[in-house]
Ligand binder design. Sequence first.
Ligand code: FPP
Length: 245
Amino acid sequence: MTSDTGIPRHVAIVMDGNGRWAKRRYLPRVFGHKAGVDTLVKTVLACADRGIEHLTVFAFSSENWKRPTEEVSFLMGLVLVAVEKYLARLASRGVRIRMIGDRNQLTERLRQACDHAESSTAHNTRITLWVAFAYGGRWDIVQACRAAMRAGVKPEELDEATLGRYMSFGDAPDPDLLIRTGGEVRISNFLLWQAAYSELVFSDCLWPDFDEDELDKAIRAYADRDRRFGLVKATVPVAEQATGT
Ligand code: FPP
């Protein structure tokens, strides 16, 4: 079983299915992304209400640059619109915002909007929303290695704990629960390092339709899991157990 409360400290979400949600309504794909932002805001607040301390969402992957130019531009613009429309509300509800990803790929305007979202919510402590933008799990590992090398860490000093400190979350706990909406059953280069022991929940729900019921369903599935972190189960005699996974 999981922690006493059954509530994960850190939830990560691959918000998939925006395009299909729009297509089903005979709308252009970007309408799905727009609806996805509204769902994201509701989900952050729902997570905070449940005592979840960290929520990480995959908003734009390293691979999403390959999408049609108009869709990429729309998603970039959507961040600016979202900051304008929702920042004050999230800030007043105790949400701290952190952006993770390759900022060098962003325009100056977008970088400034991200900086503003982070600095104006830095004092908040209720929940941290980590927005993974221009992010890839492989990118994160490479940037962490580079940062460690730049800091002069010697090869023989490099271990998992040391490298972990250079990864995007720094000291934040690894995700306990990773949810992917939209029916696909894969990680898609999300938190490759940090999700090593996350419980995975896949939902057919398209992201704009994700709601509190879906969140609670995922939390219940998580609470029913037997988290072993590669250890053997204490209640079963060791001789009866297969290798821990
Ligand atoms: C995947 O759906 C979703 C994305 C690539 C973008 C997710 C972004 C948001 C929900 C907006 C977040 C924005 C901010 C400002 C943080 P898809 O397009 O791959 O859907 P499909 O699989 O149905 O085509």
